[in-house]
Design a protein around this ligand. Structure first.
Ligand code: GCO
Ligand code: MG
Length: 399
């Protein structure tokens, strides 16, 4: 079997997605997700100009060898653009292999370790009444666990909180504002109110979005202990892995990190010293199913669980690959599922299902996702940026 064509499809059915389609001489095709929010065209060019010429004529069954040659052969290793491009190839090749085998991908990963995949959904509100409504809406959709984000008194726009103006995607970056002191004082009160309203049993999560220093994160983790969080996510910009020792030594609030990481090396200290409880990387940004599986096996040795990143900006192709892994691995924790617009579901018809808050990859051979190229073509790429975050004196801050 040989790869005879590979092309990149850009589409924006509400937001941008980058998809790689690999075709073989036997007519079997595979899809991979290469979406890198806000930097989509860089990955598309990396694939088209540098990767596709290397794939033509090669054997699609040699997934590990292809992965190693794209990673090592480039000499310039790692980084989100490179790893998103390699991820798309890896997933498309797994899709082809599983289709040839006539099996859903999870069967090639060892088969199902569970019946279904637990998810968490996003709730947010500028104030408590809005937040409570949002939590109730998620519960009504069946979500068994909820991520809680709120506005901060005195701040106009906070990332992750729905506002009348959607700041998560715009032609120029929207400027949001930030005050760590106000946030640290406000959040424990919010969780206190949520626990009083919704009781002790509902699993609650929170994303601090890299905005804190290690000592601030340590304090927040400690202040949130009475509210029994499922996890506190991205409490610090964790490329400073050593800083997590300080956080960890002060709090028993479980920690989740890794959505911006793209190789196992970003996790070395965090995992080997058990400084976190959940690894958060996405198939799409970590080089694909092959390396993510290896990360989960490494994490399992330290009783750390999976929590694959699943925002709206991972396409249904990347999401499907995640759900196959979730079903197969033993140390599954939880899957983020933000859901998609109807148009996105139509552009990417898929076998995976979301029922009563749980996902299942379905039984279609491969990853179980298709791409309607005609519909995709009717919704072309649109320039879109993520926001930036500034302190009240104008200094740029992590968002
Ligand atoms: C999450 C994330 C996302 C990211 C987004 C950036 O936990 O789901 O933090 O909301 O901000 O994926 O593109
Ligand atoms: Mg996050």
């Amino acid at each position: 079997m040989k790869i005879v064509d590979a092309r990149v499809v850009l589409t924006s059915p509400g937001r941008n997605f980058v998809t790689l389609r690999i075709e073989t001489d036997e007519g079997v095709t595979g899809l991979g997700d290469a979406t890198l929010n806000g930097r989509e065209l860089a990955v598309a060019a990396y694939l088209r100009d540098h990767v596709v010429p290397l794939l033509l004529g090669t054997d699609p069954h040699r997934i590990e060898d292809t992965w190693q040659s794209l990673y090592r052969g480039a000499y310039w290793r790692r980084g989100p653009v490179t790893m998103a491009a390699i991820a798309a190839v890896d997933v498309a090749l797994w899709d082809i292999k599983a289709k040839v085998a006539g099996l859903p991908l999870y069967q090639l990963l060892g088969g199902a370790s569970r019946e279904r995949v637990r998810t968490y959904g996003h709730a947010s509100g500028a104030d408590l009444p809005e937040l409570f409504d949002s939590i109730r809406a998620r519960l009504a959709q069946g979500y068994p666990a909820i991520r809680v984000q709120t506005g901060v008194p005195g701040l106009k726009l906070v990332y992750g909180v729905r506002h009348a103006q959607d700041s998560s995607q715009s032609a120029r970056p929207v400027v949001e504002d930030w005050d760590t002191g106000a946030y640290l004082r406000n959040l424990p009160r919010v969780f206190d109110a949520v626990r009083q309203e919704f009781g002790p049993d509902l699993p609650l999560l929170h994303d601090a979005h890299h905005r804190l220093t290690p000592i601030q994160a340590a304090r927040l983790g400690k202040d949130l202990e009475p509210y029994d969080l499922f996890w506190l996510e991205d409490c610090t910009p964790a490329e400073n892995q050593d800083g997590l020792r300080l956080v960890r030594s002060h709090t028993t609030t479980p920690l989740a990190i890794g959505e911006v990481f793209n190789t196992v090396y970003d996790y070395q200290t965090l995992v080997s010293e058990q400084l976190i409880d959940y690894v958060r990387s996405a198939v799409t940004h970590f080089g694909g199913v092959s390396p993510l599986r290896k990360l989960f096996d490494f994490a399992a040795q330290h009783q750390i669980k999976s929590a694959i990143h699943g925002p709206e900006d991972i396409s249904p192709v990347g999401m499907a690959a995640a759900i196959h892994l979730d079903l197969a691995i033993h140390n599954f924790g939880i899957q983020e599922y933000a859901g998609y617009t109807d148009l996105t579901h139509a552009v990417f018809p898929h076998a995976f299902t979301f029922t009563d808050g749980y996902l299942h990859p379905g039984e279609a051979p491969g990853i179980g996702v298709e791409l309607d190229e005609e519909l995709a073509g009717a919704h072309p790429y649109e320039q879109a940026y993520l926001p930036v975050n500034r302190l009240q004196d104008g200094t740029v801050h992590d968002w």
